[in-house]
Design a protein around this ligand. Structure first.
Ligand SMILES: [Zn+2]
Length: 195
């Protein structure tokens, strides 16, 4: 059976971290999910940041830029998951990226409520990345930043915001890394008792 983390999952509680988690088993065989425009389109639709009829058509180079942006966000958030501070370099990179997509949104008014509207979601990834970067920036300045964690699964590497009441969430998903760890411990116990 394919593990649940073998495909796009939205377990992070934050869009930018879900975007960071578009690579499976980061510390293992590293399965890339953003392999084509079609896959990026599918993931963005599932994430709800691309309308069902939206279709991204990126050149291989642009697609590679998207993956580079993801890795840059991973490096920015990783120290936070270990109780550290983000690097100034990482913040400066995010500032540059935010500037590069600043034209992709504007304030709109609908039914008396002001909200962000994202321009031209179709084709290129600018609007999509604008939403991802905005979500990263909002997380960084929010109180939830202290709850950024990295899954303790040996190979996983996924990041998430721990919104559990206990504040002790350890796994990206109980159905995946949580279960694997349980099985590993069970096996270790069996081996011990066999000795
Ligand atoms: Zn995990």
């Amino acid at each position: 059976m394919r593990p649940p983390t073998d495909d796009f999952q939205f377990i992070a509680g934050n869009l930018s971290l879900d975007f960071v988690n578009t690579i499976g088993d980061r510390f293992g065989t590293a399965r890339e999910y953003l392999t084509s425009s079609a896959e990026l389109t599918r993931g963005a639709r599932l994430a709800g940041i691309l309308p069902p009829n939206g279709r991204l058509t990126l050149s291989p180079r642009r697609l590679s830029d998207v993956r580079t942006a993801r890795e840059s966000l991973y490096r920015l958030f990783r120290p936070l998951a270990r109780g550290g501070d983000p690097s100034r370099r990482g913040l400066s990179q995010l500032n540059t990226r935010l500037e590069s997509v600043s034209g992709a949104r504007r304030l709109g008014l609908r039914k008396g409520i002001v909200r962000w509207e994202w321009l031209s979601p179709a084709r290129d990834a600018r609007s999509l990345l604008a939403q991802v970067y905005a979500s990263a920036a909002e997380l960084l300045v929010s109180e939830h930043v202290a709850a950024v964690r990295q899954c303790e699964g040996e190979r996983c590497g996924w990041l998430f915001v721990d919104r559990s009441r206990s504040g002790h969430r350890r796994w990206c998903s109980m159905a995946d890394c949580g279960n694997r760890e349980k099985a590993r411990r069970h096996l270790a116990r069996l081996r011990r008792s066999a000795r």
